[in-house]
Design a protein around this ligand. Structure first.
Ligand code: MN
Length: 234
């Protein structure tokens, strides 16, 4: 039966070294997964188990370095924050080992979990859900995917960082994750089926802060293609 209306093209991410694209089904994010960032948000890193929230796949903005992506400053906020994160992309799971979550990963990328921090603060205060702080349009900006293979191992000492107008704002290493990627995926799988097409944002190191119109933003995880964009006008 024909559909009653036509949706925009399905969200997808390019692979850096392939003609193929990765169709994005869902976007999962973890809160407070780096010790220093957990402290800067006023929480206790030792006590909190990982918790997850989601963004719609339509929040995705592919933003390869050099592509000239301009992201309009989102409405309804005066405090848009950057959170640079390692993003893992879940591939076909048929042939993979259910007990080895790292085998589910088809690719790695660098992403920005953009956050309307002022809205989040208000929601937290009232004990309300975070969607309008996190799941807004164009809130998941992601660079091209590197295919997960032997040459992309991402050992724990891998640096992760974010620059605004060439000034370093966030930095850390993947070793600072409270819950490493395999543990995160196990926790997520205990709550939902982790499916092919899922992107998982794995948390941000310390140094989150505001973005302003005109800012040039670059996120890096060593060994992966960078994510890069400019913040446009309000
Ligand atoms: Mn985040």
């Amino acid at each position: 039966m024909p559909h009653a209306l036509q949706l925009p093209p399905a969200p997808a991410l390019p692979f850096a070294a392939s003609e193929l694209t990765f169709p994005v089904g869902r976007i999962w994010c973890v809160g407070r997964n780096y010790t220093a960032h957990t402290r800067e948000m006023g929480a206790d890193p030792a006590r909190d188990p990982p918790f997850f929230f989601a963004k719609p796949a339509t929040a995705l903005v592919p933003a390869a370095s050099g592509a000239g992506v301009v992201l309009p400053y989102p409405r309804a906020t005066n405090n848009l924050h950057h959170e640079v994160e390692l993003v893992v992309a879940i591939g076909e799971r048929g042939a993979t080992d259910a007990a080895d979550p790292l085998a589910w990963i088809a690719g790695f990328a660098v992403g920005l979990d953009l956050t309307r921090r002022d809205i989040q603060a208000g929601l937290k205060e009232k004990g309300l859900p975070w969607e309008m702080a996190k799941a807004f349009d164009r809130s998941a900006v992601v660079g091209p995917l590197a295919i997960a293979n032997d040459s992309v191992r991402l050992d724990p000492q891998t640096p992760i960082g974010l620059w605004v107008n060439e000034v370093k704002r966030q930095h850390g290493t993947l070793a600072e994750m409270i819950w490493p990627v395999a543990d995160l995926l196990q926790h997520l799988q205990a709550l939902v089926d982790v499916l092919p097409g899922d992107l998982v944002f794995t948390g941000t190191p310390a140094g989150v802060g505001p973005l302003l119109p005109g800012d040039r933003v670059r996120g890096e995880v060593e060994g992966l293609p960078a994510v890069e964009f400019m913040v446009g006008d309000r």
